[in-house]
Design a protein around this ligand. Structure first.
Ligand SMILES: *Cc1c(COP(=O)(O)O)cnc(C)c1O
Length: 388
């Protein structure tokens, strides 16, 4: 008897997606115009409780537009966590700016205490401008990444940003749907708190458009201008008049059709993720060798990724290989970005927890397609292999 392979995180496309994509194809509206893009934008905005959203080609494109929109310019610096997918960092370079790498707290997101210490002790603040003492460069913005379904501590981060007049971009990809239930931001969803929120719909995210992204902001001018930049900055649709250097970043109607079908199911996806997370929590043995990480208190998480915390570094790869033999995919978390070749010369500030977590966490299967028996099989296999 061979078991079906259990991948880490794969798409779930069983709703109206085929119907909508077929309609887009049959009507030949497949490119960067068409009603599915705007229908998807409207449904998305409604889901995260904002007035409007702008759909683009990828999360990376969304982050690039967001950084340009908050004014990040060549020669400036941007604060970013080192524990993230690299797509949250590369767009800083696209703007000609440089990242400064920061540590995480126990939610795996940007540590607000170290953020404040750095700004207080390592920077000068004059005439509304923050300069890094080490480089004398202006720091313009902070990119906050909400990791694995967690929300960063925005109630602490936002007042610090305001105090130093720094713009904040939320990379809310992984926490789409996660909501604060307590504190000043109670009722607010990931991505809707800072100046601009960016999301990705790549294949492994909680919902997918194959490739795609979204931007939200409470600032309508920002949104309108990002939409303009995403469509080659056309001032006149007929006569090809362009007022700025634009980008070909607009989402296509085919992606929009997929997106509309997916967002209709997002609440169900989140329910399924929560059910499977709770089942894992019940089934994984309580022991010193491993535990499943909780999500931040005071939030209703989207339960996107499940993190298995392993206090001992010993034999993690051997054990992951043993799970692979049982046809179960697991994955370590990202290599830290300040250790990646393009960023070795960049400044990093007191990185400790990120280094620890990067060596002690693996992610376990979390697709919304998982059956109860799959979860039971994975949990049992982890109990066998990691319990020694
Ligand atoms: C997936 C991901 C992205 C990348 O988005 P793309 O759509 O692949 O460009 C950006 N940030 C985070 C945190 C991600 O998880």
């Amino acid at each position: 008897m061979t078991r079906a392979y259990i991948p880490l995180s794969v798409p779930n496309i069983k709703g109206n997606e085929l119907k909508y994509v077929t309609d887009a194809v049959e009507t030949e509206w497949v490119s960067s115009g068409g009603s599915y893009i705007s229908a998807f934008e409207e449904n998305f905005a409604q889901f995260v409780k904002v007035d409007a959203a702008v759909a683009v080609q990828s999360g990376t494109a969304a982050l690039h537009l967001a950084l340009m929109e908050v004014g990040v310019e060549s020669g400036e610096e941007v604060i970013v966590p080192t524990l993230t997918f690299i797509a949250a960092v590369n767009p800083i370079r696209y703007c000609g700016a440089e990242p400064i790498f920061f540590d995480c707290d126990d939610s795996l997101c940007l540590d607000p205490i170290k953020l404040e210490h750095f700004l207080e002790q390592e920077c000068n603040y004059e005439d509304g401008i923050v300069r890094n003492k080490a480089t004398n460069k202006r720091i313009r913005a902070i990119v906050v990444v909400h990791v694995f379904g967690n929300l960063a501590d925005m109630a602490s981060i936002m007042p610090i940003a305001q105090k130093y007049q720094l713009k904040v971009v939320e990379d809310a990809t992984e926490a789409l749907g996660t909501t604060y239930t307590e504190g000043v931001y109670a009722g607010k969803l990931a991505g809707t708190i800072a100046d601009i929120g960016a999301y990705s719909f790549n294949g492994n995210k909680i919902m997918t458009t194959g490739g795609g992204g979204m931007l939200v902001s409470n600032n309508k001018q920002y949104l309108d201008h990002m939409r303009y930049l995403s469509t080659q900055a056309k001032d006149d649709l007929v006569n090809f008049v362009h007022g700025e250097v634009g980008y070909n970043y607009r989402m296509t109607n085919l992606q929009g059709a997929l997106g509309l079908g997916q967002i209709e199911q997002l609440s169900i996806f989140i329910e399924t993720k929560e059910r499977n997370y709770r089942l894992y929590s019940d089934l994984l043995r309580e022991c010193p060798e491993y535990s499943i990480l909780p999500f931040r208190e005071g939030t209703k998480p989207n339960f996107w990724f499940y993190s298995l915390y392993l206090p001992s570094e010993k034999n993690i790869q051997v054990k992951m290989d043993a799970l692979q033999l049982k046809r179960i995919q697991t994955r370590p978390i990202w290599g830290l970005i300040h250790e990646q070749k393009p960023y070795l010369k960049n400044q990093s500030y007191q990185i400790e927890k990120a280094e620890h977590y990067a060596k002690h966490i693996i992610n376990i299967p979390c697709s919304t397609n998982l059956l109860e028996e799959d979860v039971r099989y994975v949990a049992q296999s982890i109990n066998e292999i990691f319990g020694e």
